[in-house]
Design a protein around this ligand. Sequence first.
Ligand code: ADP
Length: 383
Amino acid sequence: MTAATRVLVLNSGSSSVKYQLLDMADGSRPASGVVERIGEEGGAADHAEALRQVARDLDGQGLGLDSPRLAAVGHRVVHGGTRFTGPTLITDEVVEEIEKLVPLAPLHNPANITGIKVARRLRPDLPQVAVFDTAFHATIPEAAARYAIDAATADRYGIRRYGFHGTSHAYVSRATAALLGREPADANVIVLHLGNGASASAVRGGVCVDTSMGLTPLEGLVMGTRSGDVDPAVVFHLERVAGMRTDEIDALLNKRSGLLGLCGANDMREIGRRMGEGDAAARLAFDVYVHRLRRYVGAFTAVLGRVDAIAFTAGVGENSAAVRAAALRDLEGLGIALDPVHNAVRASGARLVSTAASRVAVAVVPTDEEFEIARDTYALASA
Ligand code: ADP
C-alpha cells in the first residue's frame, strides 16, 4: 500500500484558485497551477466550476483527488476572527463559524468557503484543514491589538487588529532564525512582507507581538493599490466635502491608492524604470513607500527592544535591492548595516545581505505560504 504523504493546498481568491500538490515525504511538488478570471468572460463561471477545473487538471496528470497518496487538503482562509487561532480540522460546524466571519472579510471568506465546500463534496472522507491568514497574529498582546476607540463598540463589532499574511510571517520568521543558526525561540525578527499587499510584523522568540495590518488588510504599509495608514478623518472629509459614498471611498483606498494612486503604476519594476527616466511621480511614489517602511522598522525596533534580524520577503522584498537599500539607509545608529554588494546580488535562496559587523542581520528570505499551509495541514491530518 502506498503511504498517503501528499497535501493539496488550495488558495481560493476572489477571482482565482491557486493550487499546489506537495509531497511531505520528500519535499517534492508534483503539481501546481492556477485557474484565473473566475466570473469573467472566458474564465470559469464560478468557484465551484474553478474547483472542478482544478480536479480535472490534477486528473489529467494522473494525480487526481481520488489518489490514495493524498493525505489531506489544506485551505487558505483569510479571516479567522478571534474564533480561530490556529489550523483547524474542518467540520460542518467549522464551516458555519467561518461563514459567520464573512462580514469581516466580505471579499475573501466567501471564496474560501466555496473552495472548502466543493473540495469536501469531492472527497468527504479526506481530512481537510483550514489555515487562517490571521492565526499567526493571535498572540499579539491587547496593548497592540486594541484600537483606542469606545470599548463597547469595539467589542460589539469585533473591531481590533487581526493582521494578515500570517502564514508568510510565520514561515519567514522561522526561516530567518534558521539562517542565523538559531532556534525560533532565540530570535527576534522584523518581517517585511512586500508583495502587492504589504505588511510588517514584529516576532519575538517565534511569537508574533505586533503587525501593521489591522481589522482589514488596508492598514499599515503603502501597497500596490492600497493606501495603508491614513488619518481616518480622510474618509469623513471625502464624504462631506467630495460627496463620495462609503463604497466609493472603500474602492479608492483599496484599489486606486498606494503606488498606483501616487504614480499610475503598481509594479515596482515599472516604477524603477520610470525613476531612471527622471519621472517625478514615480520618484515620489517610491519615496512615500520607503518612508512608510522606515517608520515601521523604527516602530517595531522599539516594540521588540532587541532585534536580531530584519527579513525582506515577497515580490518587492525579495527582488528590489533599491527598496531594501533605501529602507535601511543610514540606520547604523540602530545597529543596521546593509552590505551594498551582497544586497545587489540577484539570487533565489534565503541569504544575508548585511555586513559582518551589522548587529542586526538583514536577510532576504523567499516566502513559501503553500509549504506553510501544507505543513500545518499535514501535522493536523496525521495527528
Ligand atoms: P502578491 O502579493 O500578489 O502575491 P508578489 O509577492 O508576487 O505579489 O509581489 C508582486 C510584486 O512584486 C509586483 O507587483 C512587483 O511590484 C514586485 N516585483 C516582482 N519582481 C520584481 C523585481 N524584479 N523588482 C522589483 N519588484 C518586483
